[in-house]
Ligand binder design. Sequence first.
Ligand code: COA
Length: 264
Amino acid sequence: MTETTYQTLLLSVNGSVAEVTINRPDKLNALSAQVLNDLRHLVADLREREDIRAVIITGAGEKAFVAGADIGELAALNDWETGTEFARSGQAVFSLIETSPKPFIAAVNGFALGGGCELALACHIRICSENAKFGQPEVNLGIIPGYGGTQRLTRVMGRTYATDLILTGRMINATEAHAHEIVSRVVPLTDLMKTAREIASTIAAKAPLAVRASIEAIFMGSEETIEEGLDREATLFGRLTTSADFHEGTTAFLEKRAANFQGQ
Ligand code: COA
């Protein structure tokens, strides 16, 4: 079912899974201010919607997921304050994705460069097609990644490799991206959306509060000391044992039937 279309995004909803397509294929889905603004509103809306349990993000066409921030707009920057604000506004949108209680799945269907790589990195799960290419080429333009790349790429693949990529600006292919844990799966382009939908609908059938707590434990907990992270895990675990869905999940198992989770 197709829903509201934003100027630069397509949204379709199937059951409890939303699919967001960045839709500027003639510009390889580059992130203009309009795309970021549309994304900000859509992500905020999807976070709140009770009928949505998982979100897939992909790019229109077969060539690019997102080829970065819009270089035409970038080129107009020339003062410290506006430049800083440019980075902060993109960071805010991507943080909205990363802190979402519902999983965002990046289905990377081609170039994921600069802001495109950073958008994928802000998602909770990343898969890609065999033709995908990842990179942070900002150094070629005289800047650095500004939408979280220096931080998230480093956390995802480690400092050694992230420094290589960010300082050389080189692109890596899907195999290398998989080897360095930028993506968890690589599939043929023709299977990409099918695989993303399978992942999304599998998660959407689980207890929403448990999914939400898993995201919090992993993403917040991994920024803390091991003691703080374990404490967070135990508290979340304890809270879940009081949920109706925990009762439903355990009862369904013992009664040998499928669980019907309500998110309570
Ligand atoms: N911003 C604005 N426009 C972009 C863009 C970007 N980040 N990336 C691609 N485009 C535009 C191109 O200008 C071109 O537009 P045109 O047809 O009006 O000239 C169109 O998208 C197609 O791109 P093109 O460069 O012709 O495709 P290609 O197959 O030859 O090269 C890339 C593909 C991805 C290697 C190349 O487009 C590229 O290097 N893009 C910039 C990547 C980048 O530096 N991103 C980080 C920005 S911070």
